[in-house]
Structure formats: C-alpha cells, structure tokens
Design a protein around this ligand. Structure first.
Ligand code: KG4
Ligand code: ZN
Length: 369
C-alpha cells in the first residue's frame, strides 16, 4: 500500500496552519500564519480576534500548503484537523474547513487531539520539506533539519506550551493517558507573564530564553514548586509571583504595586536566567519522577517550550533518551496534525461529518493517577 498523502489543518489557538505529510513522517509542506503580532498589544490571545484572523487566513494558508508541496487537492488521501482542545471560535474555523474539504473530495476526515499531536511531532522528518524561495506568511525559514525518531515505548510525554503543561504515559502513539498536569499556569504562560513583568515583548518564551544565556542562573533565589513528594502535577503561579515581587518589591498598603526602581539590563538578564533555571529544574525533576513511575524507555517532549535551549541542554544527559521535535515543529503547526492522523487512518479511526470542535482535551487521565 502506498503511504497516504494527508492534508492537515491546525487552528486551535492563534496560529492558522496547513501541511501536507506523506505516510505520517515526510513533511512536504508546513505553512503557519502566526497571529502573534495581532495579539502582542494585548500580551495574550484575544479569542474573538483570533477566530476572525483564522477566517481570513485559512484559505490562503491551505492554498500555499498545497502549492509548496506540489500537490493537487484531488491527490489528497485524507483531510485531518485538530478538533480539540482549544478556543471554540478558533477550532470551529479549522473543523469547518476540514469537513468541507473531506465532503467535497469524498475523502476520509480524521480528527486529531492537538496535545497528542505535539507529542507526535518528534516523529516528523523535517528533511523532506523543500526549501522555500522566501518565508510564507508568518513563517520562518527552516533553521536546520533532523530526521524524525523511532520512539521506544513505553514512553513518558511532556507537553509544555502556552496552554498546557502535562505529563503522559504513552504505550504507543495512540495509547496515551494523562498522569500529571498543571494546577494553575502553564509553563509557557509563566514565561509570557514574566516577560510582561520585565517589560519585554510577546510571546515571552523565546525572548527570555535568549536573555537567559547572558545572565547568571544563581543570581536570584526563586522557588521550585514540586507539590507532594510523589506528585506529577505542576504549579508555576508561585514562581511567577516570586519574580513579580523580586522586580517590584513586596506590595504594602502604601505601595500596592511595590516600590523598587525598574531593573537594569543586567538585572533583567539575571532574572531571565534564574527564572529559566527554576522552570527547567522543575520540568526535569518531574520528568525523572514520571520515568520512574512508568518504567519508561524514552521521553518525548513537545509544545512551544520544547524549543527552549535550557531545557534541551538539561535533558541531554537524562537517564533515558529524550526526543525533541525539529525546532520548526515545536510551536503550533499542522504537520504534527497530518502526521498523527496517519496513525489513526491506518487503524481505521475516521471521523464523521458530524464532527464537533471540543474545547477540552480528549486524552483520558490514568485511573488512580
Ligand atoms: O505550542 P505553542 O505554539 O502554543 C500553545 O499551544 O500554547 O506554544 C507557545 C508558547 C508560548 O507561551 C511561548 O512563550 C512558548 O511557547 N515558547 C517558549 C520558547 N519558544 C516558545 N518558551 C520558552 N522558551 C522558548 N524558546
Ligand atoms: Zn500547542
């Protein structure tokens, strides 16, 4: 059987993306139209603004994904879409486009969980994606590529992004259960908020990651919230508040916003490095716990924060192999959606045209977990 050619669509949050992937691995195109600029002035995603931007972008993004891949719509074997979790207005744009295409082409529709797809992104082979004449809308040129990996199961998955920070047990790509998650902020959200406290841009993760390399990670003493001794859950809001108080001073009745003068550039670099060290420390320690609980043979990391240089460096000498996605598939993209869809398609898991967009993840929590 020839490997299926799958058109994937992603619109769960603030990126409109489409991709063509062969056999779940070979990425022929991956086009991402980011709305980061639109949301930057609000320092976060505004749902109504996001859904309107998706409506404007979805047509051109789909067309470009097919053009770059050199594929005609009629050649597509299945249409895949991230149908959950996400913002309802954003999800509806992608789900409606995917249903329309699947119906018009008479091809199967595959519904993918966005979080599960972040984990799968380590298996994507970025080498196949053709070099572009120039960057697409909101896209960046390919910084370098790595072949997708064959993951040894059982594995522990860590999804760390702006909306999620969670640990998973993976028996296979389709046998995934939740074993721990954040009880408050996601780690990417903490990066974005700390960047806002420091008066830096949005999204804050890449900016702080860059600054962290220039600062002293031991300069500011920041808390590591580990919760219970066995807990696989996360909490990042205390860390964020500790940074706030360090920067502004402890609020008093007289000075509810704190009274410290603004930090210097050198202070900002030290705070970035110390904050990053605390985040990475917590993520690595929880991963160690999870690997022990599960008896995992490997670790897969996905989501925007998997691009973090500090995290990659810290996990380089881990007891089991840790797999990270190619850089361009760390943040939201549709290649991971089309990739994971091949697993579902092979198993006959296809969706009906009555598919609904759902705001919550469909991954079950481990019983007793
Ligand atoms: O996966 P993603 O594109 O969207 C969500 O599903 O949330 O992740 C975006 C998040 C943002 O919070 C951004 O600040 C963070 O990923 N991020 C990073 C880095 N690159 C992106 N955080 C830390 N270090 C980075 N290098
Ligand atoms: Zn995501």
């Amino acid at each position: 059987m020839t490997p299926p050619l799958i058109l994937g669509i992603e619109s769960t949050c603030d990126e409109t993306a489409a991709a063509v992937v062969v056999g779940g691995r070979r990425v022929l195109s991956s086009v991402v139209a980011s709305q980061a600029e639109v949301h930057a002035k609000f320092r976060g995603v505004v749902p109504e603004v996001a859904s309107r931007a998706h409506v404007e972008a979805i047509g051109p993004v789909l067309r470009e994904a097919l053009d770059v891949a050199g594929v005609a719509l009629a050649e597509v074997d299945a249409v895949a879409v991230a149908a959950r979790p996400g913002l309802i207005g954003s999800l509806l744009v992608g789900v409606t486009a995917a249903k329309t295409l699947a119906w018009a082409l008479g091809k199967p529709l595959v519904a993918v969980d966005h979080v599960q797809a972040h984990l799968y992104s380590v298996a994507l082979d970025a080498d196949a994606e053709p070099a572009r004449p120039g960057p697409g809308p909101g896209d960046t040129p390919r910084p370098g590529s790595a072949p997708g990996v064959d993951v040894a199961f059982p594995a522990v998955g860590l999804v760390c992004s702006g909306g999620h920070t969670a640990l998973y047990h993976l028996g296979s790509w389709s046998d995934v259960t939740l074993i721990g998650s954040t009880i408050d902020d996601a780690v990417g959200e903490a990066y974005d908020k700390v960047a806002a406290i420091l008066g830096l841009g949005y999204p804050g993760g890449p900016i702080l990651d860059g600054l962290a390399a220039t600062g002293d990670p031991a300069a500011v003493k920041l808390p590591r919230t580990l919760l219970g001794r066995e807990s696989l859950d996360f909490s990042f809001s205390g860390l964020k508040t500790a940074v706030l108080y360090h920067v502004r001073g402890i609020p008093t009745r007289r000075d509810p916003r704190g009274s410290k003068p603004p930090p210097t550039a050198a202070d900002v670099a030290d705070i970035a490095a110390s904050f990053q060290a605390a985040c990475v420390d917590v993520l690595a320690r929880k991963l160690r716990r999870a690997v022990g609980h599960v008896g995992a043979r490997s670790v897969v990391v996905g989501g925007g924060v998997s691009a973090n240089r500090g995290l990659r460096a810290a996990l380089a000498a881990f007891p089991v192999p840790c797999h990270f996605p190619p850089m361009r598939y760390c943040t939201d993209n549709a290649a991971m959606i089309a990739g994971l869809a091949a697993v579902d398609l092979a198993a006959g898991r296809v969706a009906g045209l009555d598919l609904d967009a759902v705001t919550s993840s469909g991954i079950p929590r481990q019983v007793g977990g």
